[in-house]
Design a protein around this ligand. Structure first.
Ligand code: DAK
Length: 261
């Protein structure tokens, strides 16, 4: 794996971990960091032994990512703003469409672009000290990385508008009540819980996991008919070695040994 400047990437046999590593700026996302996140994801997905999943987190115990890096914002202007938004959306969409699941381990502040990045992941596990919000309106901005689109999907229009219009920061327990995160755990067991979830997923059929992600994403894609995509995926899985192995293992009362084919 490439050695990056703003993120750290570690890969063991089954799990890749990407850590945003700008603790002095509370892991704020600048252009370079977002670029590196996209490149790291590409490298992980191209590994010969592709891991079962990815944990995305922030370094230190204070922040997942405290938003887009605000320092350069005042000089960006219209074109610079659009370019930044386009780059972010491309990278975040790449995470959302990753064929292996990505868990955001939210270990502190996840604000603005930081929460938008977490929302592009498939699952969100937060520690009790995590705080989330979309403070863009406080800064004179609309969200640039799709909070106006993803937040309503997770928590409904009324609650999404509340968070976007008030710029209020909420605690992890409230995020759980709203359905924004999957679980809230103690900070010192955050990684352990994410590993446990990915180990569970890693024991299942890789092809089915990839197709489930694809079909659920299709539900939210106006260009696709999710029902048709599901039919396609079902046919594809029926024709797979994983299906043969899964059913044989069930009949023979043994653990399946999937190959993702
Ligand atoms: N950017 C840059 N530096 C940041 C930062 C950020 N977002 N957040 C924190 N830092 C830096 C602080 O400046 C400080 O640096 P020094 O002063 O030590 O050099 C250091 O991190 C520690 O922060 P604090 O001293 O403020 O720490 P506290 O514990 O007191 O407060 C806090 C923590 C998270 C409540 C506070 O730092 C804070 O309010 N941070 C800003 C949060 C925020 O507003 N984030 C931006 C959200 S808006 C778009 C693309 C993307 C976006 C929008 C449009 N287009 C392309 C159109 C996204 C926008 C956002 O993300």
């Amino acid at each position: 794996m490439t050695k990056f400047e703003n993120i750290e990437v570690a890969v063991d046999a089954k799990i890749a971990t990407i850590t945003i590593n700008r603790p002095k700026a509370l892991n704020a996302l600048n252009y370079e960091t977002i670029e590196e996140l996209g490149n790291a994801l590409d490298e992980i997905l191209n590994l010969e032994n592709r891991p079962a999943g990815i944990i995305l987190t922030g370094s230190g115990d204070k922040a997942f990512a405290a938003g887009a890096d605000l320092k350069k914002f005042p000089e960006l202007g219209f074109e610079g703003g659009k370019q930044l938004s386009k780059q972010g959306n491309e990278v975040f969409n790449k995470f959302e469409n990753s064929p292996i699941p990505v868990i955001a381990a939210i270990n502190g502040f996840a604000l603005g672009g930081g929460l938008e990045l977490a929302m592009a992941c498939h699952l969100r596990i937060a520690s009790f000290n995590a705080k989330m919000g979309q403070p863009e309106a406080k800064l004179g901005l609309t969200p640039g990385y799709a909070a106006t689109q993803r937040l309503p999907r997770y928590i409904g229009k009324a609650q999404a508008l509340y968070l976007l219009l008030t710029a209020e920061m909420i605690k992890a327990e409230r995020a759980l009540e709203l359905g924004l995160v999957n679980e809230v755990v103690e900070a010192d067991s955050l990684r352990e819980r994410c590993v446990e979830i990915l180990n569970t997923i890693g024991g299942l059929a890789p092809l089915a996991i990839t197709e489930i992600i694809r079909c659920v994403n299709a539900y939210y894609d106006p260009k696709l008919d999710g029902y048709e995509e599901e039919v396609e995926s079902f046919g594809k899985c029926m024709d797979s070695k994983d299906l043969q192995e899964g059913v044989s293992a069930f009949m023979e009362k043994r653990k399946a040994n999937f190959t993702g084919e």
